[in-house]
Design a protein. Structure first.
Length: 182
């Protein structure tokens, strides 16, 4: 069901983007401008605080907080730069994006990925497996799916045993040995 919603969302969003591309005016005077930006920055502040709390308390929710934080920072950078094009504030927005928001977002994604790999590695270890942590693209979701437990498949991946990745992802993706695509 989730996959159907995602595919449907992609189709609808592509059509919506096409419609917006031809129908929106080049310039538009917006109402509630202050409310939109202050509200967005409040959301960023809340996520920064949640991320700090999760890091301080060493909670797994930190991974999600880092991804949300990175997303908000990249959105903020995009809209600051795009909406300040041809204004006196453009250079400041561009520098802020390139020197602050994008680097923090990249660091957040790298840390989230590293924490996720550490978590997967610990699961493998606790389940009696050994070896390198497989690519996150190959790690199955933890939950029942009728193909053997995800932990069993994860241990097989860590041991380098062949698993049917076409059933996990819907297509085969080959990665060179020693390369981690995730």
């Amino acid at each position: 069901m989730l996959l159907v919603l995602i595919i449907g969302g992609c189709i609808l969003l592509a059509a919506w983007i096409g419609y917006l591309a031809v129908s929106l005016p080049t310039f538009y005077r917006a109402g509630s401008w202050r409310g939109a930006w202050v509200g967005f920055d409040i959301a960023e502040l809340v996520v920064f605080a949640m991320t700090g709390w999760a890091a301080w308390r060493r909670r797994q929710v930190l991974i999600m907080c880092l991804i949300v934080l990175a997303t908000l920072l990249l959105c903020d950078a995009w809209f600051d730069v795009v909406l300040n094009t041809r204004t006196a504030g453009f250079l400041g927005s561009l520098l802020s994006a390139l020197l602050v928001e994008v680097p923090i977002a990249v660091i957040a994604v790298i840390v989230a990925r590293r924490l996720l790999r550490i978590t997967v590695g610990q699961v493998i270890k606790y389940e009696g497996g050994s070896g390198p942590v497989p690519s996150l693209w190959k790690v199955p979701l933890f939950g029942p799916d009728g193909q053997g437990t995800p932990l069993e498949r994860l241990i097989k991946l860590a041991k380098g045993e062949d698993t049917d990745s076409s059933q996990d992802t819907g297509h085969d993706v080959e990665q060179p040995a020693g390369h981690d695509a995730a």
